[in-house]
Design a binder for this molecule. Structure first.
Ligand code: AMP
Ligand code: MG
Length: 414
């Protein structure tokens, strides 16, 4: 891989650019994390072994009677009731021939018993017996044997596992209150541009509201990062320098605007001054061509820096293609690039561009699988069209008349 691919004669392609990001980014050092609901979405950084059998005893799966199958060769018998075993109690008496114990779901099955007959198939009688009328029980019926879910010492979750609510439940089953995980990346988001003002302020002549600040901060947050919004830097060296210095305290700095070829596109220069090594600047893609990526090394840590073009759709597409995989890699995901989807094109579609294009589109479900329909789109400044989209349709460079039914690559959006 090229270490630096700063705007050569032919543009870097998207796959190579993404490979550079993934090869330059480093997973964050693992640390212990408390296992509350806030741990959902983290990636495990250690193998976790069970410290005890689960279930810890042969467990009744039904309310009913713990019986000996030998007493019920044809499913019918009148049995002496020894005791009642609610969940949370332990049996005090073994079940002997001709006897049974009333048992509740979750309670330990007493010694001697080898099956549980559901209460619906029984009738308790005043003389302290129970009449069973069922099919002949099988040994083990309605009983979950000790250690059948997991055995003490068995590795149940491997390093690299994404902690979903299910995994959090399982860790709690094992009594764990903390595990080593990859931390959430800290992301700083900085908008740039003299013409950009925050929502809530009225734009003066030639000014527009800041779409990218809230959008990129939300994208990073939803991608599992701790996102911090740093506001808008004017297109002035002193102001940019100060904000960039602030942003470099994070694990990832995401800037929008100021990376194109205009006179006031000061971002790459300011980053260079701040000891950010450029790995690429400009990628063959539409929208998003001016995108910049670099890293800055300090003892013990590396900051990844993304300069996204200011047009909102360019920022969004570059976030999906480069920033999201980087965040996943930092957070320890074994598969940093979300797998693309295939979908058949819903209608004929003509498209011409010298660069691969990421076109807003909508997914539809059909009995035959995913179908994708491009949405009308005015280009990189048209964020509104994206509200009608839930994916990006990947189009090849060149002039192509795609046919309805053709299989296309698609990237899902949140
Ligand atoms: P730039 O990448 O700075 O050349 O900006 C490209 C275009 O995106 C210009 O039309 C900018 O006004 C617009 N733009 C830049 N930053 C933002 C922002 N935060 N929100 C909305 N539009 C922006
Ligand atoms: Mg600008």
């Amino acid at each position: 891989l090229p270490e630096v691919a700063v705007s050569g004669p032919s543009l870097l392609n998207v796959d190579d650019a993404r490979a550079i990001v993934l090869c330059q980014a480093r997973p964050l050092p693992p640390a212990p994390a408390a296992l509350g609901a806030a741990a959902a979405g983290l990636v495990l950084a250690e193998d976790v072994a069970a410290d005890a059998d689960s279930p810890p005893y042969d467990k009744a799966l039904m309310d009913g009677y713990a019986v000996r199958c030998a007493d019920l060769p044809d499913g019918r018998a009148v049995l002496r009731v020894l005791e009642e075993i609610p969940a949370g109690r332990t049996p005090t008496r073994p079940v002997t021939p001709g006897a049974a114990s009333r048992i509740m779901t979750g309670a330990p099955v007493p010694e001697g018993a080898d099956a549980v007959v559901m209460v619906e198939r029984t009738r308790a009688q005043d003389d302290g017996t129970v009449a069973v009328e069922d099919r002949p029980p099988r040994p083990g019926q309605n009983v979950l044997p000790r250690g059948s879910e997991m055995r003490s010492g068995e590795v149940v979750l491997r390093a690299g596992t994404l902690l979903r609510p299910v995994e959090l439940g399982l860790l709690a089953t094992m009594g764990r209150t903390q595990v080593r995980t990859f931390p959430r990346p800290r992301v700083a988001v900085l908008s740039t541009g003299d013409e950009v003002v925050e929502a809530g302020q009225s734009p003066g002549p030639g000014q527009i509201h800041n779409s990218n600040g809230p959008m990129l901060t939300a994208l990073a947050g939803r991608a599992g990062a701790h996102a911090r919004y740093l506001g808008i830097a004017r297109d002035r060296l002193d102001e940019l320098r100060a904000r960039v210095a602030e942003g470099l305290a994070a694990d990832v700095l995401v800037l929008s605007g100021g990376v194109s070829a205009g006179k006031l596109d000061l971002v790459p220069g300011v980053l260079r001054e701040a000891a950010v090594a450029a790995h690429f600047h400009k990628v063959a893609m539409k929208p998003g061509k001016p995108v910049f990526f670099g890293t800055r090394d300090e003892p013990g840590r590396r900051v990844a820096v993304f300069g996204l073009p200011g047009n909102p759709v360019s920022s969004l597409v570059c976030f999906e293609l480069f920033v999201r995989p980087a965040l996943r890699l930092l957070a320890g995901h074994p598969e940093p690039v979300p797998p693309p989807l295939s979908a058949t094109l819903a209608e004929d579609f003509r498209h011409a561009s010298d660069r691969p294009t990421y076109h807003p589109a909508r997914l539809e479900t059909t009995p035959a699988g995913w179908r994708v329909r491009p949405v009308p789109w005015l280009g990189s400044a048209d964020l509104r069209s994206l509200t009608r989209a839930d994916c990006l349709l990947v189009l090849r460079p060149g002039d192509h008349a795609y046919r309805a039914g053709e299989v296309m690559a698609v990237m899902r959006l949140e």
